[in-house]
Design a protein around this ligand. Structure first.
Ligand code: ATP
Length: 745
């Protein structure tokens, strides 16, 4: 494919992360020898032409990764819906010699791009016939290549796990609901919070799960009962009676009843005011959901999708059909644009036809599971145990350093376990507490309010049980008749569980199903691509680094930021990607004097040419000899006064904070699956020891038999680390390669 010049536009509603995508498209394009034109104000700009279509250089997209919205503007254009408009657009494209188009937008924007591609030769024929372009110009640009990125806060696209902007919107929603919950709880009030989502309940449902809300209404799942207003009021009253101080009802703007009648905020408010006999407050979150600085996930999603878009364009993959870049299980996927759009359309049609089951089915299993989980977790009180059903005794404990999301996981395990009729025992202070018999029965309300809470209410310990501890643990298991163990934590949790597994021959008490749920900010565990807490830590790092970058703009300064992770470079690389760091140091890659000298050369050259800020991120144990202080001293001394060097060691702020929405949602989901695993094993009379994880988008349980084979014990990390593949993306975007002209604009 001979595309040489491409245009990029953002269209439809703006979404946080679009700038990261734009940056990646421009820089990867330049790196690969393309000329990249920014088309300002979406399709409207394409039709207007002139200075609305301008070349973009490397530095034009510098310093934008942390900004919400889109710097090239977005718009809706009625004119582009008509052939006449598209004719003008084609003419303007040809005037610039552009025959590749990357569109970042929602359903409508992508459909428009596909129509444009299909019509291209026809449009050109008309332009030739009208004398608007020469036959030669038409011959030189026989086809239009289109690649799409879904920028939509609703997360409503089929074929991709996430759309650009949805995670940030969820951040805004959870921040708002957390804040509203605290005031609602102080005054014992009921609040309705309306969130965006005309056809898609993703934001409302995930926002409700993440904040521990009491009820949710989404377009795909109208309330079952005709008297839903009465049922909701009774549920909230029962919650108050059980001890809840606040009630939060999350409402998607497109929610309806089973007859298709809109459930508006006003309708809900009137119904609840009547039913509860008290004043009910309502907050419509509105456009604040779209705005603000993008989350770490959206920055990295935009970046990887943008990078992939250029690769798809150049590889010829998009020559015969328009493609949408998507992500499934942390891997980039190509989705035929028409399939992606058609699936979303079908869901909207099913909703119009009131076929809610059909719409829910098409949304996929995880939304369905989330809906069911939400229904259970938000109950005022659990179902009473079923007569005749065996009540299992399960224990839950933490081990390792605290990770945001641990409390969320415990809450889900306790409530889902109790609702299934089981007894859930909490263990304080990890394996040491288990050895000491620090075990108590948890009840439904004991975890009230835990969904958004950082830290670890049960307490945790880094101690891995040895010698006499093992004997004491065996006694506790027997005394409390524990039939299954859920261990939520990091490296020490896995080491401890592995120890119990290995000691089964000596301690028959350990012959019970054991499952570990990965929870550590380091993301260094086997059998999973992501652990609970890592996303929160990443967001904490990113927001601090944003501030550091701002503080440095006045001087010529280079920052060396040290992040946690021990010998696992996940946090370093992903935060580097999300903040646009020009160099990331990880233990996996290693640090040598030679590489430091090369980096110094690049810094000196950059600052000599007018650069004002250098940002280097290093993993705390990237190299213990060439540590952060050494690096700073080296750069400062050898920089010859050209720039200052400052170190910033972020420390424990990375372990704290309220869990991010993603961590809360994953903690809830994994806890549910662990609970099911323990139940099933106990029912079958089997006693495996396993660890749960997400691998290529699927949940897997890996047996402890494979544990030692899957880890690099010396460096405390798994042997397989999927994210290492993203190093090339960071390298391509951080610094211009010698191929890139210094300024093409
Ligand atoms: P959002 O999810 O924010 O609604 P969207 O991309 O779906 O984003 P739309 O308003 O549907 O938003 O579309 C944005 C623009 O894309 C329209 O203003 C129009 O210019 C173009 N567009 C949409 N649908 C079509 C179509 N069928 N044919 C041609 N152009 C279209």
């Amino acid at each position: 494919m001979a595309v040489k010049r491409i245009g990029v536009l953002t269209s439809g509603g703006d979404a946080s992360g679009m700038n990261a995508a734009l940056r990646a498209i421009v820089r990867t394009g330049l790196d690969r020898g393309l000329e990249v034109y920014g088309i300002y104000e979406g399709y409207r700009g394409l039709i207007d032409g002139g200075d609305k279509i301008r070349p973009l250089g490397w530095s034009d997209v510098g310093g934008i990764i942390q900004r919400g919205g889109t710097i090239i503007g977005s718009a809706r254009s009625e004119e582009f819906r008509a052939r006449e408009g598209r004719l003008k657009a084609a003419r303007n494209m040809l005037a610039c010699g552009i025959d590749g188009l990357v569109v970042i937008g929602g359903d409508g924007s992508l459909t428009g791009a596909d129509t444009f591609r299909r019509e291209w030769s026809d449009l050109l024929a008309t332009l030739v016939a009208d004398g608007a372009i020469t036959p030669e110009a038409a011959r030189n640009h026989p086809a239009l290549t289109v690649v799409g990125l879904v920028g939509s806060i609703d997360n409503d696209a089929a074929g991709t796990d996430m759309t650009i902007g949805a995670d940030t919107a969820l951040h805004r929603i959870t921040e708002a609901i957390d804040a509203i919950s605290s005031t609602a709880s102080s005054h014992r009030r009921t609040f309705i919070v309306e969130v965006m989502g005309r056809h898609c309940g993703y934001l409302a449902l995930m926002g409700a799960i993440a904040t521990g809300a009491d009820a949710v209404f989404i377009p795909e799942h109208p309330p079952e009962s005709d008297d839903w207003e009465g049922a909701l009021a009774s549920q909230l009253k029962a919650g108050h009676d059980a001890g809840r101080r606040d009630s939060i009802v999350v409402l998607a703007e497109g929610a309806t009843d089973r007859q298709g009648g809109p459930i508006t905020t006003e309708r809900l408010k009137a119904a609840l005011t009547r039913g509860l006999g008290e004043e009910v407050r309502a907050t419509v979150l509105g456009h604040m959901q779209r705005g603000g600085s993008p989350s770490a996930f959206d920055r990295n999603l935009g970046t990887t999708m943008g990078y992939a878009a250029i690769e798809a364009l150049l590889s010829g993959a998009a020559d015969t059909q328009s493609l949408v870049m998507g992500i499934r299980g942390n891997r980039v996927v190509h989705i035929p644009l028409d399939e992606c759009v058609a699936a979303s359309r079908t869901i909207n049609e099913l909703l119009t036809a009131r076929d809610y089951e059909g719409a829910m089915r098409l949304r996929g299993a995880s939304l369905n599971d989330a809906q069911r989980t939400m229904t259970t977790l938000s109950r005022a009180l659990p179902h009473p145990p079923q007569p005749g059903k065996r009540r299992i005794r399960l224990a839950v404990l933490h081990a390792g350093a605290p990770a945001p999301g641990m409390n969320t996981a415990v809450r889900a395990a306790v409530r889902l376990g109790i609702d299934d009729g089981h007894v859930v025992l909490g263990v304080r202070r990890g394996f040491i507490g288990l050895a000491g018999g620090d075990v108590f029965e948890m009840d439904w309300m004991s975890v009230n309010g835990w969904a958004p809470m950082g830290g670890a209410e049960l307490g945790t310990s880094r101690d891995v049980p040895e010698g006499r501890d093992l004997y004491a643990i065996a006694r506790t298991i027997e005394q409390h008749a524990i039939e299954g163990l859920l261990v939520i934590g990091g490296w020490e949790a896995y080491e401890g569980a592995h120890r119990l597994f290995e000691e089964r021959k000596n301690y028959p008490a350990f012959e019970i199903p054991i499952v570990c749920l990965p929870a550590t900010i380091d993301n260094n565990l086997p059998g999973t691509e992501l652990s609970i807490g890592a996303d929160t830590a990443l967001n904490s790092i990113v927001s601090v680094v944003d501030k550091i970058k701002q503080s440095a703009v006045a001087e010529q300064r280079c920052y060396v930021v040290e992040v946690m992770g021990r010998r696992c470079g996940y946090l370093a690389l992903m935060s580097g990607l999300a903040t646009g760091a020009e160099r990331v140091y990880t233990h996996e890659e290693g640090v040598t004097l030679k590489s430091l000298e090369a980096d110094l050369d690049v810094l000196v050259k950059g600052f000599t040419q007018g650069k004002r800020l250098g940002l280097l991120i290093r993993n705390e144990e990237a190299n213990t000899v060439y540590d952060t202080r050494f690096m700073c001293a080296l750069f400062e001394e050898e920089g010859g006064g050209l720039f200052d060097v400052r170190q910033s060691i972020l420390g424990h702020l990375q372990q704290g904070g309220d869990p991010s929405p993603f961590d809360r949602i994953q903690a809830t989901r994994l806890a549910r699956l662990c609970l099911r695993f323990l139940e099933d094993q106990i029912a079958q009379g089997t006693a495996p020891a396993s660890f749960i994880g997400m691998v290529s988008g699927k949940v897997e349980f890996s047996p402890f038999e494979d544990y030692t084979r899957m880890i690099d014990a010396e460096h405390r990390r798994p042997n397989a680390q999927w994210w290492l593949g993203l190093r090339s993306v960071n390298e391509a975007l951080a610094r211009p390669s010698p191929r890139v002209p210094r300024q093409t604009a």
